[in-house]
Write a protein of this length. Sequence first.
Length: 192
Amino acid sequence: MLTSEQNLDILRALMEETDIRTAEVKRDAYEFRRDIVVGAENPRTGKTMAEKVLKYMEDKLTQKDMQINKLLMKNQAYKIAIKKAETQLKSKQETGDDLQYIDFHQLQIENSQFVKRIEEANQELLHLKHRAGRTVKILNNMKKKLSSLTAEAKFLEDEIKERKAMLAKTEHDIVKVVEDRLHDVDLLGNSK
């Protein structure tokens, strides 16, 4: 059963974590707006350049992967510390050394703190995995869209070339017809 003081500590920790996450989201939104919405805009067309969006997403994924690895290492360190504390406790119990109440209580406190840190690290890891998954999904959608737009641009490019060729042929035919008519008119004028 948790005391009200422990509940308060948990709520404070949750509020602090929420504030940190809110600040991260605001920072990410600002950076995205600065680097992609404004910074990646093609000055000629006014459209966002897909390569910069993809690079931004890939950089974010790399950052998240590094953060996940860092948390995994931290988590591993906490597990080792807990294991060490448990081994010390077991060793003292097996050797028959009487633990003073304060020593035992201190080990219990440390153990609960490590367990709490591991749980927090696991929650953070889970959260980062979800964010990384969403980012990968967005990146894949962007890649599909880029591929589709590239194919459409190629199609339009081919269409323009074909129409230019038809236009050149038509202009050539018009010039030929006009020359033939002028030639016919000259022949008619000379035959009179």
